[in-house]
Write a protein that binds this ligand. Structure first.
Ligand SMILES: C[S@@+](CC[C@H](N)C(=O)[O-])C[C@H]1O[C@@H](n2cnc3c(N)ncnc32)[C@H](O)[C@@H]1O
Length: 264
């Protein structure tokens, strides 16, 4: 996201599953405003940050399973590894991994100061804050940092609608990893085939309603060019300086893969 992070940042338009407020039971409307029209900083603002963890409590088992497998993906890295957590939000993956790998150092980056404040407080409460650096901003403002052994980008890249900007987002992560360093990326993706996707979407929609999360209609997800087929996402990552990504996890529309940075 450095010089190119501008691109990623400017491409953030929709914050569909993270917004808070009065949610229309029918569609992606919050407080009477279509979600794609919501200002991204407001969508991840103070109210949203304060209520975020409560709202994501019901789907916690999905998140916990993902975190467990990320731990396994990173399991062979050195005891003193450094991890970049892009779009840390309120810190669920940061705190889980900081507890799992007590010798590691972490840099958490988030463009929302409100989300990062909650993240910092939770890191303190969980006794991991002294191993974390918190950066409010983007790659553009992060500046020069020591190379990382690992990076996470969980539920962040789908807010980048333009394919080139999304490639640049991953390229910026690649630039900050050492060769062989591992990226874990998770985001919404469609099903592998059209009939499979339609069926899967129905279960996803039911799940979102059950958990109280905003629901985007399947047509609107289709309109949003950031919700791509899983293979298309992996192709973008591979073209950004990584080996062929390996999908290791799927929970309905959430797909996660890992990929090693190219180079020696
Ligand atoms: C959906 S939340 C996910 C938070 C966390 N990773 C999780 O899984 O719970 C996305 C977060 O990414 C942040 N974000 C989006 N684009 C970003 C960018 N280009 N640079 C830094 N943070 C970004 C948002 O502010 C928000 O906190």
């Amino acid at each position: 996201m450095a010089g190119c992070l501008v691109v990623a940042t400017n491409s953030l338009r929709g914050m569909e599953n993270c917004s808070v407020g009065l949610i229309s039971p029918k569609a992606d409307i919050i407080n009477g405003v279509p979600m794609e029209s919501q200002n991204p900083p407001a969508a991840f603002g103070k109210d949203m940050a304060a209520s975020h963890d409560q709202r994501v409590a019901k789907p916690a088992p999905m998140r916990e399973a993902l975190h467990l497998f990320i731990r396994m993906v990173f399991g062979a890295l050195p005891d003193n590894a450094r991890m970049l957590c892009v779009g840390a939000g309120t810190g669920p993956e940061l705190i889980y991994l900081a507890q799992a790998f007590p010798g590691w150092q972490y840099v958490a980056v988030d463009r929302s100061g409100a989300m990062l404040d909650v993240c910092r407080n939770r890191a303190r409460e969980n006794g991991v804050a002294e191993r974390c650096t918190f950066h409010e901003g983007t790659f553009e403002t992060l500046g020069e940092v020591e190379p990382f052994d690992a990076a996470t980008s969980l539920l962040v890249s789908r807010f980048i609608f333009d394919t080139d900007a999304r490639r640049e987002f991953y390229a910026q992560i690649a630039q900050r990893l050492r060769p062989g360093g591992i990226l874990v990326s998770a985001d919404l993706a469609t099903g592998a085939s059209a009939p499979q996707y339609k069926s899967l979407y129905e279960v996803w929609e039911r799940t979102m309603r059950y958990t109280g999360m905003p629901v985007l209609s399947i047509d609107r997800i289709g309109d949003k060019k950031s919700v791509l087929a899983p293979q298309a996402v992996r192709t973008i990552i591979a073209s950004a300086g990584f080996e062929e990504p390996v999908q290791f996890f799927q929970a309905l529309l959430i797909h996660a893969c890992y990929a090693k940075r190219l180079g020696v």
